[in-house]
Design a protein around this ligand. Structure first.
Ligand code: B16
Ligand code: MG
Length: 218
């Protein structure tokens, strides 16, 4: 029986994964002199800002000094922040609000497990900050996904053991982080990409808790 559900933010609750891609792509195009594909962007999902930049630089065979890296990470975040400022409650992905409500009614605790340092402003903008019993974000962790830290801290804050947690994730790195934490996983996205997830769904639309319990815990 699950006691807590831990939700990733980008790509599960809101489609900010697309905004991250847009901002990184702009940086690559305007400052680094190459393009990044949507396929390459999969490898950035769930990965911290600084680590994402390192992967992009390696991908394009570009070397930069530390000060320039800092400046570029900040520039990307400025562009990303501009995009998220336009978000409204309607940007919550299909079925998310209803599923959070069902979770609450089932007595299951709700946590956020995101590597993003922008998680709280995003949840405020879309009006669901209060739906969470705990929020573990990029300001509370030292290691990004696939390290399990973000989810282990979530379980600890909610007073549950990892085996009682289900993680909802759109990133390959996030699924790995959850498994390393000893938790069950629901991949949100494509089965061809999220091959390691216990269950893969396109989104949370019409998802029933009993149905999920059956497929994960029996
Ligand atoms: P920020 P998640 C992750 O959030 C994103 O998937 C990843 O693409 C991003 O680089 C990372 O947050 C850091 O975000 O630059 O806002 O601190 O998927 O763990 O919710
Ligand atoms: Mg994500």
């Amino acid at each position: 029986q699950p006691k807590a559900f831990l939700f990733d933010l980008d790509g599960v609750i809101v489609d900010t994964a697309h905004f991250h891609y847009q901002a990184w792509r702009r940086l690559a195009n305007e400052k680094l002199g190459f393009d990044i594909s949507e396929e390459f962007n999969e490898s950035l999902k769930g990965v911290s800002r600084t680590e994402s930049l390192e992967r992009i630089l390696a991908h394009g065979n570009v070397t930069l000094d530390a000060a320039t890296k800092d400046a570029y990470a900040t520039l990307k975040n400025d562009w990303y922040t501009e995009l998220i400022h336009k978000m409204v409650p309607d940007d919550i992905l299909p079925g998310v609000s209803e599923f959070l409500e069902k979770t609450r009614l089932a007595g299951i605790k709700i946590g956020l497990g995101s590597v993003s340092k922008n998680a709280i402003p995003i949840l405020e903008r879309i009006g669901i900050l209060n739906a969470f019993d705990t929020i573990i974000d990029g300001t509370k962790i030292t290691k990004g996904k696939p390290d399990p830290e973000v989810f282990l801290k979530g379980a600890e804050a909610l007073g549950v053991v990892p085996e009682e947690c289900v993680v909802f994730e759109d990133a390959v790195a996030g699924i790995e982080a959850a498994h390393r934490a000893g938790m069950k996983t629901v991949g949100i996205g494509l089965p061809s990409i999220l091959t390691k997830a216990d269950v893969v769904l396109a989104n949370l639309n019409n998802l029933q808790i009993a149905e999920l319990q059956n497929s994960l815990f029996s």
